[in-house]
Design a protein around this ligand. Structure first.
Ligand SMILES: C[S@@+](CC[C@H](N)C(=O)[O-])C[C@H]1O[C@@H](n2cnc3c(N)ncnc32)[C@H](O)[C@@H]1O
Length: 306
């Protein structure tokens, strides 16, 4: 589903709709022509600029695509289409944080069909992988795998709390998307739910107030892991566990991957965990979901507060 922000001009909006039909039928040059006409009528038409950027990218015209994505963001400074991510992916801008309005809009739109799409179509297995990883880390020193207070970062519809329900007494869920929070609320798994960015949500938590922090398929929306890891260390009790999934790549540092999510390299994750003062208890090459029907390269990470 593509976000559509009306231009306010009926004729321009109609040209956009025709252009989308043509794009879906594969006639990209004709779709680009129509979008250019729509933009002539409504120069601040963010959805038309964004779609034109996508088409130019598909046509192998990166410079022209960059111009269109820049115009899309100028027309909608909140950047609900995520044009900034495309600019990062095309190398026009350095990798930086995702626009929060993009994440919120994406998941608000996605919420009604999230579980069918992610679990059904993409074989999502993040919560099960995290549970297995946390149980194995607890088994080594024969610690009971029971956590009084847990925080679920980017809790979505509540799948991670569901997987950990028997192992946690009290869950707090934090998510940027109000619609995803509504779904989480309906599960009854959470004692508290907050519509907030995960980092700002964590900053309100007292020191040493959680035994477990989870982030299932949520760090893929966070470019710089360092601030979240630092806050996790502060909020965890000694011996507390932070478990998360990530997408990864063989290069260095952090890139924007094909699915417009961040991929963090294993060396980057190791360094960020150590710099935060956490101990890496487990880092495994495991994929939490498929992309184009093959497992997206992924990591499962368990870090412990010493
Ligand atoms: C792919 S979903 C995963 C949801 C859930 N953890 C699961 O395992 O099904 C990612 C979720 O992270 C949320 N999210 C992304 N970036 C966030 C941020 N910076 N702060 C809070 N939530 C965020 C999104 O709104 C979305 O609900």
């Amino acid at each position: 589903m593509r976000l559509f922000l009306s231009s306010g001009d009926l004729v321009a909006d109609r040209r956009y709709e025709f252009a989308r039909d043509l794009q879906l039928k594969g006639d990209l040059p004709a779709a680009a022509d129509l979008l250019e006409q729509a933009i002539e009528l409504a120069p601040n038409f963010a959805s038309a600029w964004f779609t034109l950027g996508e088409i130019r990218r598909q046509l192998g015209q990166p410079e022209a695509a960059i111009t269109a994505f820049r115009a899309a963001r100028e027309a909608d400074p909140e950047d609900r289409h995520g044009a900034g991510l495309r600019l990062m992916q095309l190398g026009a801008e350095a990798v930086a944080a995702m626009p929060p309005a993009y994440v919120q809009t994406l998941f608000d739109q996605y919420a009604p069909r999230f579980e069918a799409a992610l679990v059904g179509d993409l074989g999502y297995r993040g919560p099960a992988l995290l549970l297995r990883a946390v149980l194995s880390v607890c088994a080594a020193p024969k610690q009971p795998a029971f956590f009084k207070r847990a925080i679920d970062l980017g809790c979505g519809t509540g799948l991670a709390a569901g997987a950990f329900a028997e192992h946690v007494d009290r869950f707090i869920g934090i998510d940027l998307s109000p619609r995803m929070i509504e779904k989480s609320r309906a599960t009854g798994f959470y004692a508290e739910l907050e519509t907030d960015d995960m980092l700002s949500g964590m900053t309100t938590k007292p020191d040493a107030s959680a035994e477990l922090i989870l982030a299932a398929d949520a760090m893929v929306y966070v470019a710089d892991l360092a601030p979240v890891l630092r806050e996790a260390k502060r909020v965890l009790v000694a011996g507390g566990v932070f478990a998360f999934t990530a997408e990864t790549h063989d290069g260095e540092d952090v890139i924007v991957g094909g699915g417009l999510r961040y991929a963090h390299s294993a060396p980057y994750v190791r360094a960020a965990v150590a710099a935060a003062g956490l101990t890496l208890a487990l880092l495994e090459d495991l994929s939490a979901r498929n992309e184009d029907n093959i497992p997206a390269p992924g990591l499962v990470v368990v870090a412990v507060k010493p």
